[in-house]
Ligand binder design. Structure first.
Ligand SMILES: Cc1cc2nc3c(=O)[nH]c(=O)nc-3n(C[C@H](O)[C@H](O)[C@H](O)COP(=O)(O)OP(=O)(O)OC[C@H]3O[C@@H](n4cnc5c(N)ncnc54)[C@H](O)[C@@H]3O)c2cc1C
Length: 311
């Protein structure tokens, strides 16, 4: 396979997919990389709320799949491999190093790799089972847990709210708290404690998520020994979501919080790299905003390519 392209897009969520679609339909030779184990937030949405297809219900996966098919028809190539590094080459191009140690070269890169839980916070099975039993707490994205056994992990107000929310439908909720107390106001803590179907498990930590095609249980560490909880849904209430840009360290400028700095056209400090979507940690993390940013970034690449072709 030819390992040179005009544009490499890192990420195939809404931002990356929109960029890839716009670029490929503009005739730009485009390759898209995504993590094999994790397909982004939108992929797991059971029903796209803003899709105007009459009465037809469309899931996030179908929505993204349709965009992908159209991008492929425009010539885009999709590869499931994590990007581990972006390097400068001796020429003007950028070298993209992927998980399989493949090296790809490209004139431009669009970073659209979203947010991810901080590396050290991730546990085995989390990315693999994300959307298939493992969720972060956003009520709209959760499946119906009616009559099911579920687990909630966390010790903050968000975790307490998640436990209460789930207890309304679930048969039972294991609330696993990594500490001696819940960091929330007293009224909320009392409400959690009053729910008959919530079991509070203090001073325990999450070890791994188990299951092959979907979540079947979680393993926790309680009192020094491992314990398995049979649950079909587990909700992680972490606050440590960070931009997934470890592969671009030192290649683009970031602010003190590690957010990629971009201009109005979503170009970064590196003239060959643009960035779009949740990875920017902007004020608004919204599907339509991510899509628009992806398109604007692709148009920026199109303009820059036209300039290099003309010169
Ligand atoms: C926690 C959270 C919950 C949300 N919940 C809702 C909601 O309930 N309702 C709603 O309307 N909107 C929600 N949103 C907003 C909306 O889903 C996002 O704005 C939008 O989907 C972001 O798209 P994205 O393409 O920027 O990132 P993502 O969809 O996260 O896509 C990231 C892509 O990058 C890839 N990637 C990451 N790292 C690498 C790497 N190193 N190499 C290769 N590929 C990589 C991943 O595989 C994935 O394809 C939520 C956002 C967040 C962060």
């Amino acid at each position: 396979m030819d390992r040179w392209s005009e544009l490499i897009v890192v990420g195939s969520g809404l931002a990356g997919m929109s960029a890839a679609l716009e670029a490929s339909l503009s005739g730009i030779k485009t390759v898209v990389f995504s993590m094999p184990s994790y397909k982004g937030y939108w992929y797991n949405v059971p029903e796209v709320p803003f899709y105007s297809g009459g009465n037809k219900k469309v899931s996030g996966a179908e929505f993204l799949g349709d965009m992908r098919r159209r991008a492929e028809a425009g010539g885009a190539i999709f590869i499931e491999a994590s990007v581990e590094e972006i390097r400068k080459t001796a020429r003007e191009d950028l070298a993209i190093v992927t998980g399989g140690k493949g090296i790809w070269e490209s004139r431009f890169v669009i970073i659209a790799s979203g947010l991810i839980r901080e590396g050290h916070g991730l546990v085995p099975g989390e990315l693999e089972l994300f959307g298939r039993g493992v969720y972060y707490f956003f009520p709209d994205l959760l499946p119906d847990v009616h009559g099911k056994h579920v687990a909630v992990f966390g010790k903050n107000e968000r975790a307490a709210n998640a436990a209460i929310f789930l207890s309304r439908r679930a048969a039972s909720v294991y609330f696993v708290i990594p500490g001696l107390k819940i960091d929330a106001d007293e009224k909320l803590v009392r409400e959690v404690e009053s729910k008959k179907n919530i079991s509070l498990i203090y001073s325990s930590s999450l070890r791994r998520f188990n299951g092959t095609s979907s979540l079947t249980s979680v393993t926790i560490l309680e009192g020094g020994s491992e314990k398995e909880l049979a649950v079909s849904t587990a909700v992680v209430c972490a606050q440590n979501l960070i931009p997934s840009i470890s592969y671009a360290k030192g290649v683009v400028a970031t602010d003190e919080l590690g957010r990629v700095l971009v201009g109005e056209d979503f170009s970064t400090s590196n003239p060959s790299i643009f960035a779009a979507g949740d990875v920017l940690c902007g004020e608004i993390q919204h599907p339509a905003v991510s899509m628009a940013q992806g398109v604007i970034a692709a148009l920026g690449v199109k303009r820059a390519l036209a300039n290099t072709r003309a010169s």
